[in-house]
Ligand binder design. Structure first.
Ligand code: ADP
Ligand code: MG
Length: 729
């Protein structure tokens, strides 16, 4: 049997052999069982130490050193009971992934035995080598010391393997001099910044709260394909996406995959993924088929943003590892396949008090809801002022394939409010009296069917930043990325708007009767009207995919940063440096380092793609094409020998086509090799060269290969086809 058929048989024979038998009542019991949760702490810690942990988590107060000692001991006991032998300070370096060094709990004694231990100081601080992680020039290679520092707000968890188990302790990762070398440190700093400004604004509006938090729920899109195909595609295994491959006759044209029946093998895998996520205390809630064939989505119930961000990393890790158990590979690249939709991550974001009051909930009468109007306007202003940062926060070589490709929002950042709020803001801007257009019920013309309330605004799936009822949904993030930086940007930008608002309100109320609610309301609305007017050009309710919007956005002066390289130029502008340093989120040096790392990662990603493509073409595609050409030539020679007229024969015709495309391909791949060898003297020029020349050369190579794939016999083509990868489950 030839390899191609062998693959197919193996793939279709794969059956769900891991169907987890989980019954609904077990869910409650198993939820968070693999975490050192608040509940577990309540059971195990002395009362005052437990209270200290609760204060730390909910009120941001530091843990006393002697309490940390007790927490460490208890955490170790809990982990050992669950079979853990090691602990890991788990952190999120600027690669976008996660990392950690494993330390055994075992300490040898001087009588030739061993005891287990986890000291408070080992819980609080670790000391990994910082020089091998991207640091953007913050550390020289010989300056290796770095620290990981326990983040008590995020629960420690167990990572299980058939052969053992370890305890992972979420941490921040900083250099010896305290500079952030990770995604978590600035995220925690930005949460604090927003908390301070939001509480100040609320106080001025007459509300005192202990803490204001940001909440996040991220919808995660991903592909699942059979692992047989994955390992036969060096492009997928090296770069996460197919660098060549002719489009299949059937793609997503029929719109039959979205929300469709989930194939049973896939469902089995999803059930196991979800079970593991529940055990980690990750509240996954929804699952469905996405638009592209073999594409799926899952979404959790929202959590506070620090934990949501850690949980999102764990979700990606879990999806990938459980898929393997089912003979599948999860692709989290933003664009694994050309011609069908790529994968994104929608970041649902809101602001809430620690008592759970959502400050972005408009209620039934938003025009009377001053708190909502203040916070909503702050978000509008923040997005307007920092369009560049939001765009940068979702930029990557992978996401460049999506943004603006009519499947994802364009690279132009704008806000969709929905009819009800849009009208309200128009009136606010014009200084008109505010009212709320009432929601109506929907009657379907069948008396038996229940009346359902119609939402105050329709959905607009083309908008990058949409108000969706009681939260904003930032839809431009890539499927593979950490939630941290987009959240840092949102928190910082909104903190700035709130601070400016509080300062202006303080000044405007000077000399006025500020305890009179009418005076306060009038003053607030006047300020909001001006802010909304100044930021108005960021509001857009129409079709973000249309050419008309691109022209309109340009007229409005909105930024359209098409590629990662265009966007990154703005990262360390004076405006952005001042934003992050004012709120102590990132110093100028930390920000510059991030720019360097992002440019470097872009360059590396494109270089890996280029070299992989070059290799596949030279070692697989060209030899297969020669083989077929040789076969055709022999037929032609033999045909001539037996006296057939071969001058206009199909054999010669086909051989000529192969020859023409081969020539194109060889030229294109030579050009790619040449472009890949060019290295400029600085990171920005290198990145630009990749964007303008290496990618262009890769496109030409792909055009020629995809034509050859249409002529070379199926059993000679060395790579699994799009149809096989996308439709064989
Ligand atoms: P849709 O497909 O309509 O966007 P989903 O149910 O797939 O809806 O996802 C909505 C996401 O928004 C969920 O993760 C949900 O928990 C999250 N979400 C809901 N309310 C809030 C909120 N107040 N803050 C942050 N996220 C929220
Ligand atoms: Mg959504």
């Amino acid at each position: 049997m030839n390899t191609r058929l062998h693959n197919l048989t193996a793939a279709t024979k794969q059956r769900a052999n891991h169907i987890p038998k989980i019954k609904p009542p077990d869910l409650e019991e198993h939820f968070a069982e693999n975490t050192f949760s608040i509940d577990e702490m309540r059971k195990r810690l002395p009362r005052e130490v437990f209270q200290g942990m609760v204060n730390c988590i909910t009120k941001n107060s530091p843990i006393a050193t002697q309490d940390a000692e007790i927490v460490a001991l208890t955490m170790k006991e809990w982990a050992l009971e669950h079979g853990a032998t090691h602990f890991v300070h788990w952190f999120q370096p600027l690669t976008g992934g996660t990392a950690g060094k494993h330390d055994s709990f075992i300490d040898p004694t001087n009588v030739g035995k061993a005891i287990t231990s986890l000291r408070g100081k080992h819980l609080i601080q670790g000391e990994p080598d910082a020089s091998s992680f991207p640091n953007g020039g913050l550390r020289a290679t010989h300056q290796a010391r770095g620290y990981t520092i326990w983040d008590p707000s995020s629960p420690s968890f167990l990572v299980e393997n058939d052969n053992g188990c370890y305890l992972a302790i979420p941490t921040c990762f900083v250099s010896w001099t305290g500079e952030a070398l990770d995604h978590k440190t600035p995220l925690l700093r930005s949460i604090d910044a927003l908390d301070r400004q939001a509480r100040r604004v609320l106080r001025m509006l007459g509300q005192t709260v202990d803490r204001v938090l940001t909440t996040v729920g991220a919808e995660q899109e991903y592909f699942l394909i059979d692992e047989e195909y994955y390992y036969r595609r060096p492009d997928l295994s090296n770069s996460g996406r197919t660098l060549l491959g002719a489009p299949p006759p059937k793609g997503q044209q029929l719109d039959d995959h979205y929300f469709g029946e989930i194939p049973s093998r896939i469902l089995a895998c999803m059930l196991e993924i979800e079970k593991e996520l529940y055990r980690l205390g990750i509240p996954v809630k929804t699952r469905h088929n996405e638009v592209a064939p073999s594409q799926y989505e899952l979404a959790p119930v929202f959590e506070t943003s620090g934990i949501a961000s850690d949980h999102q990393q764990l979700t990606m890790i879990t999806i990938k590892s459980i898929a393997r158990k089912h003979g599948l590979v999860a692709l989290l690249h933003e664009k694994p396949f050309a011609e069908v939709n790529g994968s994104g991550k929608h970041i649902n974001w809101s602001i809430s008090t620690d008592a759970g009051d959502n400050l972005l909930d408009p209620g039934d009468t938003p025009h009377e809801n001053l708190v909502f109007l203040v916070f909503c306007t702050a978000v509008i202003q923040a997005v307007y002022q920092h369009q560049d940062l939001l765009r940068i926060s979702v930029s990557s070589a992978g996401n460049d394939h999506r943004l603006g490709a009519n499947e994802a929002p364009p690279a132009i950042i704008s806000i969709f409010l929905g009819a009800q709020l849009y009208d309200l803001y128009q009136n606010l801007i014009k200084g008109n009296e505010l009212t709320t257009v009432k929601d109506t019920d929907l009657f379907l013309g069948v008396s038996m069917l229940p009346l359902v309330p119609k939402h105050a605004g329709d959905r607009n799936r083309t908008s990058p930043f949409a108000f969706t009822g009681n939260k904003f949904e930032f839809r431009a993030a890539g499927s593979n990325q950490s939630l941290a930086f987009p959240n840092v940007v949102l928190n910082a930008a909104v903190a700035e708007s709130l601070r400016n608002f509080a300062n202006k309100l303080r000044d405007s109320l000077r000399g006025k009767e500020k305890n009179d609610p009418e005076v306060l309301k009038k003053t607030v609305l006047e300020l909001l009207s001006k802010i909304a007017k100044d930021s108005e050009s960021i509001l857009f309710e129409g079709d973000n995919y249309s050419d008309k919007w691109h022209q309109e956005a340009e007229k409005r002066g909105l930024l359209n940063l098409r590629t990662t390289v265009d966007a990154l130029q703005y990262l360390d502008s004076d405006k952005n440096t001042s934003l992050f340093s004012t709120f102590n989120i990132l110093t100028s040096a930390e920000l510059k380092a991030r720019k360097e790392i992002a440019l470097e990662q872009y360059e590396i990603a494109i270089d890996i793609e280029g070299k992989t493509l070059e290799n596949i073409v030279r070692t697989q595609v060209i030899p297969a094409s020669f083989e077929y050409l040789n076969e055709l030539t022999q037929i032609a020679v033999q045909s001539k020998e037996i006296g057939l007229d071969v001058t206009a024969s199909p054999t010669i015709h086909t051989a000529q086509s192969v020859n023409v495309h081969l020539k194109e391909l060889v030229n294109a791949v030579d050009e790619l090799t040449k472009q890949l060898k060019i290295h400029k003297k600085d990171l920005m020029s290198n990145a630009k060269h990749r964007r303008d020349h290496v990618i262009a050369a890769m496109v030409r190579v792909r055009q020629a290969t995809d034509k050859l794939e249409g002529i070379i016999p199926h059993d000679k083509w060395p790579l699994p086809s799009y149809s096989e990868m996308l439709f064989v489950h």
